[in-house]
Design a protein around this ligand. Structure first.
Ligand SMILES: Cc1cc2nc3c(=O)[nH]c(=O)nc-3n(C[C@H](O)[C@H](O)[C@H](O)COP(=O)(O)OP(=O)(O)OC[C@H]3O[C@@H](n4cnc5c(N)ncnc54)[C@H](O)[C@@H]3O)c2cc1C
Length: 366
């Protein structure tokens, strides 16, 4: 990269929000580059490979729900196969005194899943971008206004880039910890961003694979909630038609210590019986330890009322710096739907600013 690495827009982060912003900007004819710290796209959408070809295992987001129209229509327009979350069967409740079976599924709301894994949604967005738009392994380390050009300068270990606009498509608290803004940002915005929780950032997701969805044969939904842990809630995460068969649960990241996997298997066996004692694999994804998802403060951030805050809706630095992670969405914040909405909002703001400049130039030349 040279000092001439200049673009209309730089998007920081290739998760759902960043890719939604980038595809909208590209479709509107803007020269856009996406800078991504990891060696993969998707962010909190992360589908690991399984023994079943084309059936990714979701270690991040799993579901989308009725009314999440952006996700539904993106899947439809991109031919991303979806299927209904398995719901049928009874729920288990684990208490210190033992396990109770409760009639019906009391936990899972009707929802849909992605047959190839949730990351297929971000793969579909990335496929709409021209070659060269995405730069992986490119963490942004600093951002500051460029006094000479009036634009913004972005620093990465691979070099320096310049742009008219930048979209911050990563959790605000993470942006403030990983990117050096100098003293460029207003103090109230810095305080807000540092205090905004990262959705599911303090959570560990555990997926246990089995040869078959044996719990279904016993009339169980695979749904359980527990007052003892380590998993607090458990769901059926099998693929379409029950293949591959899997259960997943959430635990507080702080409970992930040596022996955690064994404690999970013991818990699943108490709940679902001896067949649960021998999973073919157990995956533990601790999102609190993910450098490009969670800041060091993640366990202490709990004020979810800050999601979608009005300060995130307004660009700063002369209208050139825009927020676009799911935490900044006014609707469906935390969800994939919120990430897509926030990305689209940032793209609209970039395009509106450019239109204002064009109007100003036209008025000045009259
Ligand atoms: C365990 C778990 C379960 C979930 N379940 C669901 C669910 O079932 N349904 C649902 O709708 N949502 C769910 N979510 C939430 C959903 O995953 C998020 O809403 C969505 O993926 C957020 O997208 P984003 O683009 O806002 O952020 P992210 O996906 O976090 O993307 C941010 C991107 O920025 C990159 N990045 C970070 N720092 C830098 C830097 N300095 N420079 C360059 N790049 C950087 C990151 O690597 C990442 O790719 C879940 C999340 C988790 C973790």
């Amino acid at each position: 990269m040279s000092h001439l690495d200049t673009h209309d827009v730089l998007v920081i982060g290739a998760g759902a929000s960043g890719l939604a912003a980038a595809t909208a900007l590209h479709a509107a004819g803007r020269d856009t580059v996406v800078l991504e710290a990891r060696d993969r796209i998707g962010g909190r959408l992360h589908s690991a490979a399984t023994a079943h070809p084309e059936r990714g295992l979701d270690l991040g987001a799993t579901w989308f729900w009725d009314g999440e129209e952006r996700v539904r229509s993106l899947a439809a327009r991109s031919d991303v196969e979806t299927f209904d979350q398995h719901l049928a069967g009874d729920t288990l409740l684990q208490e210190t005194t033992g396990v109770r079976r409760l009639a019906g599924n009391l936990i899972d709301a009707p929802s849909r899943r992605f047959a190839a894994g949730a990351q297929s949604i971000t793969a579909a967005l990335a496929a709409e971008l021209p070659t060269g738009t995405l730069r992986l392994n490119t963490p942004v380390t600093a951002l500051h206004p460029d006094r000479q050009t009036g634009g913004l300068t972005v620093l990465t270990p691979a070099g320096t880039l310049h742009a008219e606009h930048v979209v911050l498509a990563l959790p605000p608290a993470l942006a403030l910890e990983r990117i050096d803004f100098g003293d460029a940002l207003p103090a109230d915005l810095v305080r807000l961003a540092q205090s905004t929780p990262v959705w599911m950032g303090a959570v560990a997701k555990v997926v246990a694979h089995y040869p078959t969805a044996f719990w279904r044969e016993e009339g169980l939904a695979g749904a359980a909630f527990s007052r003892t842990g380590p998993l607090q809630e458990i769901h059926d995460m099998s693929g379409p038609g029950g293949k591959p068969a899997a259960l997943f649960g959430f635990a507080h990241a702080r409970t992930v210590r040596p022996g955690f996997e064994q404690a999970v298997t013991t818990q699943l066996t108490r709940l679902f019986g001896p067949a649960a004692a021998t999973p073919t694999a157990v995956h533990v994804q601790d999102w609190s330890g993910e450098r490009w998802t969670s800041p060091s403060t993640v366990q202490h951030l709990a004020d979810y009322s800050l999601f979608g805050h009005r300060l995130y809706q307004r660009p700063v630095l002369d209208g050139r710096l825009h927020w676009a992670s799911t935490e900044t969405a006014t609707d469906h914040a935390g969800h994939i739907e919120g990430a897509l909405a926030a990305g689209e909002r940032a793209a609209r703001a970039v395009l509106a600013a450019a239109a204002d400049v064009a109007d100003g130039l036209r008025a000045a030349s009259r």
